[in-house]
Design a protein around this ligand. Structure first.
Ligand SMILES: [Zn+2]
Length: 218
């Protein structure tokens, strides 16, 4: 999943509007923000094998630190804990924790059985939605559209920036998603890792949007 994760970041705003959209993006995408760095340092590995699923050529051979269920729960507690230290908002901290773990749940639905439960474990799980082209497209686009609508029903723009910063991100994420699906497989693992780091841009973009929009109920 790609836009599906960001979708839940938008939706989280409905559950607790006090947390910035940028923080929610950091939480829902934490696993995929950490993963490229771990790839560069050879802590985790991936192989490119076109055809392994209908939707992605990536064979996730080892990623227990960024993508095991146990570590995602630990990361969720860490991110939620840090947020609580600074903001003293227990509801926001809990939703950030859930948002981090939501990444594993969405990946569990989409990935073939390659997700570990805990580091060192041999079991690999995944329901394999990625084996179905239309199943993936319909699920992910429907989730995205619904969550963007939820976000819009919760916030309003303070100024022009609040309008176009938001809509440009919504469209940009869609474009990247379509390019990922239709484009050629990445040339090598280093290219995957560097491209993965560009996702930090979306976290910054989330803060930018949030600074120019207001919660409708406040
Ligand atoms: Zn992931």
């Amino acid at each position: 999943m790609f836009i599906g994760h960001f979708a839940l970041g938008f939706a989280a705003k409905k559950a607790e509007p006090k947390v910035s959209l940028g923080t929610y993006f950091l939480a829902v995408q934490w696993a995929d923000l950490l993963w490229p760095t771990l790839l560069l340092f050879n802590v985790e590995t991936v192989e490119i094998s076109p055809g392994i699923t209908r939707m992605t050529p990536l064979d996730f051979t080892s990623y227990p630190v960024s993508h095991s269920l146990l570590m995602m729960a630990v990361w969720g507690a860490v991110l939620g804990g840090v947020y609580f230290l600074f903001k003293k908002n227990i509801r926001g901290a809990a939703i950030i924790g859930i948002a981090v773990v939501s990444h594993w749940i969405l990946d569990f639905i989409t990935h073939r059985p390659d997700l570990p439960l805990y580091p060192g474990g041999t079991a690999r799980v995944g329901l394999g939605l990625w084996n179905s082209f239309w199943g993936t497209i319909i699920t992910e686009f429907a989730l995205y559209a619904f969550c963007v609508w939820l976000y819009l029903s919760q916030t309003k723009a303070n100024n022009k920036q609040g309008v176009w910063a938001f809509w440009s991100l919504v469209i940009f994420l869609l474009l990247i998603h379509v390019m990922n699906i239709t484009g050629p497989p990445p040339p090598n693992v280093i290219a995957i890792a560097w491209a993965g780091h560009l996702q930090w841009l979306f976290v910054a973009w989330g803060y930018w949007i949030d600074n120019n929009r207001t919660d409708l109920e406040s």
